[in-house]
Design a binder for this molecule. Structure first.
Ligand SMILES: Cc1ncc(C[n+]2csc(CCOP(=O)(O)OP(=O)(O)O)c2C)c(N)n1
Ligand SMILES: [Mg+2]
Length: 527
């Protein structure tokens, strides 16, 4: 709230609009983002002009980069006047545009409705938008009448069929392969497409892998290899070099998926995508097919003959897919956990119907690799804008939007210290978010860079912070966890929650789940 938005906020809340009052403006935007991600609906947030907007930009950048359906409302300086003595004055348009927000504003009452309609349309189509209304207009009489809200046109896959020539070329490549991998990205995440890809894998003798964005799309299927790339689990790590061909459906083959371009260098890569710029953009491909993932899978099912030999479907190979995602040792000590073993234990203990959201930092690899979700709609990383701390609010918003499932956020101690303020929001609104702090008392990601530079990590380390007590002080039930035995003891608290719970998990700063690379080195790639 500010002098500009206080009356509007109050009137909207009194009119019955669901209202969640955050403390930090960045959290307001993050919550709108998370709500929209979890529900597919528009997420609306409101901040005060000037400093409120400046506080909001970090999460707004994340929403822009993630193409989220977010509408940010704010006040603006009076429509005409001398702003030299207005401390809150900021030229908001350039600020908003510089981070990629679509900017709309009204300095007259009759401009409010038309501009707001444009802003809503933009946001609903995934171009996060800001609408600023001058203070005097906000406090003055309304002009015009609101018609039904503009239709939110969600992006749908087009019906792009592959050409006959492309289908022939594809069939030809596949004829030379006996150990194929089907790799499905976000462009192949529609349930119908997933079903077709499963049938195709069966026909071709292929295994089924996904990008991180499409994590666990094939969860539970015997051919499921899991995530391919730096965030692969241990079963995939052992098998990823045994393929002789990769067919990529709806994925951009980013360095995340190719583990910094260490994967698939010596085998034919076929890429199918309905975005022309995506084909071959990140990695050279033997064949690029401009078409929809689903349409192409359907055509292949009509044309590709049943494979004679299916070595990848032999029991010995399929058994290797069943080993735990983390198959290494538990190197916990009695006061600090091995983050890999912690993630694995939480995978077992968290309610099955769980949405997992990751804040950013070195810790991400453990929950990212070893905690499973029911499907891709249940998993989100929040590094789109490169910020730490934003994921906490995204998770709060997601938990508000989908009370039918458990929402869990994994966050580092650095990110949590930035987001601490809005633990109060979680408590006040009784948002049943599970917060897992991966606490290595420092900036683990920076330690990696400093070590690589041969420098001391002294200034990336912090003395131990008692985050559990800080959380309790803000009204959030919290536990400090130093051992797996302690975790198991409090496990009953993880289910059936009606209020937030924070676990301050003390982890070893000297251990991390490696982000995988193949070939010369398996060293962690810090980012
Ligand atoms: C807002 C912001 N500040 C700083 C950074 C730089 N940064 C990236 S990762 C990281 C470490 C975060 O520490 P923590 O949340 O504890 O995660 P860890 O790497 O220790 O697992 C920092 C400071 C950033 N990306 N965003
Ligand atoms: Mg840390």
């Amino acid at each position: 709230m500010g002098e500009d938005t206080a009356a509007l906020t109050t009137e909207l809340a009194l009119a019955g609009l669901p209202y969640y009052a955050c403390r930090h403006e960045s959290a307001a935007v993050g919550m709108a983002d998370g709500y929209s991600w979890a529900t597919g609906r528009l997420g609306v947030c409101m901040v005060t002009r000037g400093p409120g907007l400046l506080n909001a930009v970090n999460a707004a950048r994340t929403a822009v980069r993630g193409a989220r359906r977010v509408l940010l409302l704010a006040g603006d300086a009076v429509s005409a006047g001398d702003w030299r003595h207005d401390y809150k004055y900021v030229d908001q348009g350039p600020v908003a545009r510089s981070i990629g927000l679509e900017y709309f504003s009204a300095d007259r009452a009759d401009a409010v409705i038309p501009e707001l309609r444009k802003a809503i349309r933009s946001a609903a189509e995934g171009r996060a938008a800001m609408m600023a209304i001058a203070v005097d207009v906000l406090h003055g009489p309304a002009i015009g009448e609101w018609q039904a809200a503009p239709e939110a046109t969600t992006r749908v896959e087009t019906s792009g069929e592959p050409s006959d020539a492309d289908v022939d070329a594809l069939v030809d490549v596949l004829a030379h392969s006996s150990r194929p991998l089907i790799l499905a990205g976000a462009g192949a995440s529609a349930p119908e497409t997933r079903k077709l890809l499963v049938e195709l894998a069966d026909r071709m003798g292929a295994l089924l892998g996904t990008t991180l964005k499409n994590k666990d799309a094939f969860a539970g299927h015997p051919f499921n290899l899991g995530v391919v790339g730096g965030f692969a689990g241990d079963p995939a790590r052992d098998l990823l070099e045994s393929f002789d061909c990769v067919v990529v459906f709806g994925a951009a083959l980013t360095p995340f998926t190719t583990a910094q371009r260490t994967l698939f260098r010596d085998i034919p890569v076929v890429q199918i995508d309905n975005v022309p710029a995506q084909l071959g953009a990140n990695q050279q491909v033997a064949l690029g097919v401009l078409a929809d993932a689903g349409a192409t899978a359907r055509r292949l099912l009509e044309t590709v003959p049943e494979a004679g030999r299916k070595p990848l479907h032999e029991p010995a190979t399929l058994a290797r897919l069943q080993v735990p995602l983390y198959a290494g040792p538990d190197e916990s000590v009695d006061y600090e956990l091995d983050p890999r073993a912690l993630a694995q234990a939480l995978d077992e203990l968290l309610p099955k119907e769980r949405a997992v959201i990751l804040d950013s930092g070195r810790f991400m690899t453990s929950p990212g690799r070893f905690v499973r979700v029911p499907g891709p709609d249940y998993f989100r990383i929040t590094s789109e804008g490169g910020s730490i701390g934003v994921g906490f609010a995204v998770a709060l918003g997601a938990a508000v939007g989908r009370s039918d499932r458990t929402t869990v956020v994994f966050i580092g101690d650095g990110g949590m210290m930035l987001a601490l303020t809005d633990l109060d929001t979680a408590a006040r609104h009784a948002i049943p978010l599970l917060i897992v702090v991966m606490n290595d008392h420092g900036y683990g990601a920076e330690r990696i860079h400093l070590e690589a530079d041969g420098l001391s990590t002294e200034f990336a380390n912090f003395p131990e912070t008692d985050i559990a007590r800080a959380a309790a002080g803000l009204g959030v039930e919290a536990e400090t966890v130093r051992t797996l035995a302690e975790l198991r003891k409090i496990a009953p608290k993880l289910t059936g929650r009606t209020r937030p719970l924070l676990l301050d998990c003390k982890i070893r700063p000297d251990i991390t789940a490696e982000r995988l690379r193949w070939g010369a080195t398996t060293a962690h790639v810090g980012g």
